[in-house]
Unconditional design. Structure first.
Length: 495
């Protein structure tokens, strides 16, 4: 091609480019979107989805060897930010993995669809997603729509039987049981409103599994898989997730981050510690128990299945009677019922259980019985990621003293640790509101609120705290320290 032809070609390309640019500018003028703002710095919406993670149960990971080698899967509830025009490159990707407690499933707890008087949902996941955080709330093995196993939690005969006699003998043909904590009560098979009528038909059954369903390390394996999945899907800019443990989930995440875990089925703990940028203990269980599991028969439960009904869910909001009166509006109207509705949405077999009318089962929720270990001051003392501890002062399920103990046991060399106690908050802190005169501060602004506006309640404080912690590792602008959120939502420093 001659030089004049090459020049003519370049001119033609230039004309086409100018024409395209002119057309783009015309579209921008019509839509009101400038070229400089053709991306979003903040999410425009959220997207809710569920997916499943398959795996094979490693031999020796579960107490009952009959489950070794079986195929299983974990349900993961994801709520992610959506950017209508694409996310601007300057906006980092952030991800959080939220681990549920002993009984109530992850998706209902962290993504409760109940609206508040302020016009927002109680959902923690949606609040984080609107702040640009991609969230993953799994159901651990044995919960929700994760695998339960036919001879595990799908068998109503695996719920608890009557106790052994004091001398260790059993007087009943179907067998007897023992339990190690009141949270896993005996003779649920014989309770009329639970299993005795539906589905047992008035006859207790022998167990098809005579051991507790899981150990803490069973859930550690699950959490590791979800961490890897969250990083692969969300692609956080730092390659890490923030790990949040609610109630008994606090025990599970602590064990996940225990560098000295000797379980040969869970190698490379240091690699998973490196995948976590920050941690949050929310209303956390803390038993100061043994570092490693004590082998049976030293008092562990001899049954794998626990069931509960709507009353068990409503107890999450329980607080001392005097505080019930003072903490006006802490139960957002309709929230216990909505939580139970969403729990049953996660159920399958349990929908045909419960109640005293054989023709009309009320539906029960199922959760696994598991051993507790690996969450004590020694374990807390070796944690390395920056740590936020949040607890309700009125919590009657896991005492607020747990929060002080956890915070005090964290390494003295840790410069990024925060303790937050929230007044007028029960074990349901993440779902609680506020109403009445107490919600309007005499002075100051509720944390995460608007000047002059009343406090929306503990749920709003927690969401603001999680967003700030995930983004910057601070609470109320501080990287360390102890704080109290009062009955009006105003923060003050101090033990």
């Amino acid at each position: 091609m001659s030089r004049p032809q090459r020049a003519l070609g370049r001119a033609a390309v230039t004309i086409l480019a100018v024409t395209a640019l002119t057309a783009t500018n015309a579209v921008a003028a019509v839509t009101g979107v400038s070229l400089a703002a053709a991306c979003d710095k903040a999410p425009t919406d959220v997207q809710v989805s569920d997916h499943w993670l398959p795996f094979t149960v490693p031999a020796g990971l579960m107490p009952d060897a009959q489950f070794d080698g079986l195929s299983a899967e974990l349900q993961v509830h994801r709520v992610q930010p959506v950017y209508a025009h694409g996310k601007c490159h300057s906006v980092p990707n952030r991800a959080a993995v939220l681990i549920h407690g002993r009984s109530v499933y992850g998706p209902p707890v962290f993504d409760l669809r109940q609206p508040t008087p302020e016009g927002v949902e109680l959902s923690v996941q949606k609040a984080l997603a609107r702040a640009g955080v991609d969230t993953f709330a799994p159901n651990l093995l044995g919960y929700g729509r994760s695998t339960r196993f036919d001879h595990g939690l799908n068998d109503p005969g695996n719920a608890s039987l009557r106790p052994y006699e004091s001398d260790g003998t059993c007087l009943y043909a179907e067998g007897c049981d023992r339990t190690h904590v009141p949270a896993f009560p005996l003779d649920q098979q014989g309770t009329p409103t639970l299993l005795f009528t539906n589905p047992l038909g008035g006859q207790r059954r022998a167990h098809s599994s005579h051991l507790r369903f899981a150990r803490v390390d069973t859930f550690v394996r699950d959490i590791r898989q979800v961490i890897d999945d969250a990083i692969a899907r969300a692609q956080p800019s730092d390659g890490k997730v923030t790990l949040v443990g609610y109630s008994a989930g606090g025990q599970h995440i602590a064990r996940t981050l225990y560098a000295a875990n000797p379980n040969p089925l869970l190698p490379h703990t240091d690699q998973y510690i490196a995948k976590v940028n920050r941690i949050v203990f929310l209303s956390s269980l803390f038993l100061n128990n043994s570092t490693e599991e004590i082998a049976p028969p030293s008092g562990w439960a001899t049954f794998p299945l626990h069931v509960y009904d709507a009353a068990g869910v409503a107890a999450t909001w329980q607080m001392p009677a005097a505080r019930e009166t003072a903490c006006t509006g802490h139960v957002v109207p309709g929230s216990p019922g909505q939580l139970w509705t969403q729990v049953l949405e996660e159920e399958t077999t349990g929908l045909q259980w419960g109640g005293t009318d054989p023709a009309h089962p009320t539906g029960l929720a199922r959760s696994p019985v598991f051993s507790s270990y690996g969450w004590n001051t020694m374990v807390a003392g070796q944690l390395t990621p920056p740590t936020l501890v949040v607890h309700g002062v009125e919590d009657t399920t896991t005492s607020v003293a747990n929060a002080s103990t956890i915070y005090g046991a964290l390494p003295t060399s840790m410069t990024n640790k925060v303790l937050v106690k929230v007044a007028c908050a029960s074990h349901a802190l993440l779902l609680e509101g506020c109403s009445g005169h107490r919600c309007t501060p005499a002075s100051g602004t509720p944390y995460g609120g608007t000047p002059g506006a009343p406090w929306a309640g503990p749920h709003a404080t927690l969401k603001a705290a999680l967003i700030e912690w995930i983004r910057s590792g601070t609470f109320n602008g501080a990287a360390s320290g102890q704080f109290l959120v009062d009955e009006s939502g105003v923060v003050s420093a101090g033990p």
